[in-house]
Design a protein around this ligand. Structure first.
Ligand code: SF4
Ligand code: SF4
Length: 430
């Protein structure tokens, strides 16, 4: 079951009119080899190697993975290791920049003539979902046409989390690039219907795309309600097609492909220039930020350089979140590097509120708020009594950790947080 009602959040899109600016080239970048869902990449360079912008520095043979490229020109100084916010470690490639930003001369636009060459090109581009999930994009495009017919391409431009305007700026600043990516995929994959879903709180973007797509047959703009989590893949797919993505299934198995708007723009850039995914736009906002901004920086840039570029009070900052306030993660160290999947950094002067929880009053609001029709209050009880079977029966694996249940709970139960623990507990012993 999918519910479309969603919850109403304050938008706080303070940076919607902030044109993207480029960060001054960082002196050093640290590029994580674990940037996406699936197997981490392995470094393909060693200390002392010269690299340029776009040089491949990591790759994996595993299907669900993609290569990683340098966002600066300079010299590899070290193959290191990094502790990720999720507690795991991964390899890193550290590069000292020469400040010249020389592009790798081997880069050239790929030859894309059919579905296989499109998927291969997208893999080579290092593209993974830029909206936060980080699923390698080529996997979404490499469906088996003998088993499924793709009739709909959905471009996800909902950007329903408060504060974040990174996709919105892509819509405004690179509308033609997004349309180029949509057109490329429509033509190569023979898709009948291409729609772009934009929340109604972005009227300028809706008008821009309606004007540009007016005479293009098979293209449409979906005006989405401003309700969280409208941009969740299962929710937007249901809104656009009425189809429910089944447990463990990909959208392609239901005849559709869902891509983030910035990802679509990135695919178009690669198709036109051959420049892979080496840099991205991030929103920097929060009450510790003096100059809320949208900034483009090479992947691997230390976060504190992005914060400094937005006049953040680094001394007074008490909390730093990567992503939005609903699904983002708190970071313990502002010197960690920018990842391909990070769309925002939010810096606040206050510590997280110490919330007093009270017993569950069985009001059912958490169940009503769950976009996937799950039962968060029952997850909590099952987890507290260590009942793995019940957690699996209740489908804890489907929880996408959107936080809607925590947000509406009058007893302030930490439901989404418990769900994460419960998921790990249930799945690790299956
Ligand atoms: S965090 Fe999980 S259980 Fe809670 S509302 Fe979101 S999907 Fe449902
Ligand atoms: S919203 Fe909170 S109080 Fe209401 S049923 Fe869910 S856990 Fe219990």
């Amino acid at each position: 079951m999918i519910r479309l009602n969603g919850i109403r959040l304050s938008h706080s899109k303070n940076t919607e009119n902030c044109e993207t600016r480029d960060l001054e080239c960082p002196k050093r970048i640290t590029v994580s080899m674990s940037q996406h869902i699936g197997a981490p990449a392995q470094p393909t360079v060693k200390a002392g190697d010269e690299v340029k912008v776009g040089t491949k520095i990591g790759d994996a043979e595993t299907y669900i993975s993609c290569p990683i490229h340098s966002g600066v020109s300079g010299k590899v100084t070290r193959i290191g290791e990094m502790l990720l916010p999720n507690g795991k470690t991964c390899k890193t490639v550290e590069i000292e920049s020469d400040g010249k930003q020389t592009p790798d001369e081997s880069l050239a636009p790929p030859k894309i003539t059919d579905k296989a060459s499109l998927a291969a090109a997208v893999r080579e581009s290092g593209c993974c979902g830029m909206g936060g999930a980080g699923f390698p994009t080529h996997v979404k495009l490499a469906f088996d046409e003998n088993k499924t017919h793709i009739d709909t391409l959905i471009i996800n431009a909902a950007e329903c989390e408060p504060y974040i305007t990174s996709d919105y700026r892509e819509l405004i600043e690179n509308a033609d690039g997004i349309i180029g990516g949509m057109t490329l995929m429509r033509e190569i994959l023979g898709i009948e219907r291409v729609c772009i879903g934009i929340e109604e709180n972005k009227p300028k973007a809706i008008k821009l795309f309606r004007d540009k797509l007016r005479d293009k047959k098979g293209f449409e703009v979906l005006k989405l309600r401003s309700a969280y989590p409208q941009g969740a893949e299962k929710v937007i797919a249901y809104y656009a097609t009425g189809r429910v993505i089944g447990e463990g299934k990909l959208p392609s198995e239901h005849g559709m492909i869902v891509l983030n708007a910035s990802t679509t723009g990135m695919i178009n850039t690669y198709a036109e220039t051959g420049m892979p995914f080496v840099a991205r736009r991030v929103t920097v906002d929060g009450d510790a930020v003096g100059n809320p901004s949208n900034i483009r920086a090479p992947i691997g840039t230390p976060i504190n350089e992005l914060l400094a570029a937005a006049d953040t009070d680094l001394e007074g900052m008490k909390r730093l979140i990567a992503g939005g306030p609903m699904m983002g993660i708190s970071l313990y160290d502002p010197s960690l590097p920018l990842l391909k999947t990070t769309n925002a950094f939010l810096a606040f002067r206050t510590e997280a509120e110490k919330i007093k929880t009270t017993p569950c009053i069985r009001c059912g609001r958490c169940i009503q708020a769950c976009p996937l029709g799950l039962m968060p209050c029952e997850f909590e009880k099952a987890y507290d009594r260590g009942d793995r079977d019940a957690l699996n029966r209740l489908k804890i694996n489907l929880c996408m950790n959107c936080g809607s249940c925590t947000y509406v709970c009058p007893a302030k139960r930490p439901l989404a947080e418990k769900n994460q623990l419960a998921k790990g507990f249930a799945l690790s012993h299956k």
